[in-house]
Write a protein of this length. Structure first.
Length: 316
């Protein structure tokens, strides 16, 4: 059916008069009459009966009137949703997440969903390798990774930088300190985890330890920081983890600031395909940049955040 004719039909039905409907539609009466006649030919039945005051709908006309309003409403909705999809404001965002990364993204995902309520966000639990496979296969739109990935076809968008902190068993005397240096934990076994393809967080930690004059004694090598912290609680040693991991409430573990100048910071990145030009990805990256430029603070205890240099003599 021609949507234009349905609009003409609804105007005539609501006005119950061809003349008034023509005025409402800003058209002459004869062309409107022809459009109604063509619609009646199309549906194969009369839609109106003439009266002394104008027209009234037949039973068939009443049925079409109800259906026509639904059809036009659906057509308008389809048009609006198509336009929103073209602007990146509706559709579906598939997100790959692994381990403790879920602790770093709630505020980002919440902000994105508030800005674009018509976009369905679907989270998939998958490790780093699976995230990359899914990105290359176009099964997810974005993934998340510490540090940066220098891989063909993969782009990195920094979400934020955060400090490394020391996860230490509460029974360890060092847990009573407000901060801990690498040299202080040099003789303790270390639980270490990789953060994706090399070079990764493990390489970074090894380099820091060697810079401070020792080679870490690895007690366990695990795949994510959640497992690392769990082993710290079980007494397997200490671990260096991103500050957001301290949001885990795990009995037996204390998180302490890493005493080092300058502070050791790690970048938390959103990864995506370089050739992905979809409006939804653009909208998500825009949200990341907006939050990063606004310097959205880490929701962490003040004791874990890097110390700022004190202001002297009123200098800014």
């Amino acid at each position: 059916m021609d949507l234009r004719r349905l609009r003409y039909f609804i105007a005539v039905a609501e006005e119950a008069n061809i003349g008034r409907a023509a005025n409402r539609l800003n058209m002459a009466q004869p062309p409107l009459t022809r459009q109604i006649q063509q619609l009646e030919t199309e549906v194969g039945t009369s839609l109106f009966q003439r009266t002394r005051k104008g027209v009234r709908m037949t039973n068939a006309g009443q049925v079409l009137f109800e259906e026509a309003r639904n059809i036009l409403a659906l057509a308008t909705r389809a048009q609006e949703r198509t336009k929103l999809a073209g602007l990146g404001q509706s559709g579906r965002l598939d997100v790959g997440l692994f381990g403790s990364n879920i602790l770093a993204v709630p505020q980002l995902l919440q902000t994105f969903r508030m800005q674009f309520p018509d976009i369905e966000v679907v989270v998939h639990a998958m490790n780093k390798e699976k995230q990359l496979e899914a990105l290359y296969d176009r099964r997810v739109t974005v993934g998340f990774n510490l540090l940066g990935l220098k891989l063909a076809g993969i782009a990195n968008e920094k979400v934020r930088s955060e400090p490394l902190v020391v996860a230490i068993n509460e029974a360890d005397p060092l847990s009573k300190r407000s901060s801990v240096s690498l040299k202080q934990i040099s003789e303790r076994p270390m639980v270490i985890f990789a953060s994706g393809p090399r070079p990764n967080l493990m390489d970074m930690i090894f380099a820091l330890c060697l810079e401070d004059g020792f080679q870490p004694a690895i007690s366990q090598e695990v795949v994510d920081s959640v497992t690392a912290v769990s082993l710290v609680a079980a007494g397997f040693g200490v671990s260096l983890v991103p500050a957001t991991v301290s949001q885990m409430s795990l009995p037996g573990v204390a998180f302490r600031r890493l005493n080092r100048s300058p502070p050791v910071m790690v970048d938390f990145n959103c990864i995506h395909r370089r050739d992905d030009t979809s409006p939804i990805l653009k909208a998500f990256l825009h949200t990341i940049r907006m939050m990063r430029n606004a310097r959205t603070p880490l929701i962490l205890p003040r004791s874990l955040l890097p110390k700022r240099n004190p202001v002297k003599n009123g200098a800014l």
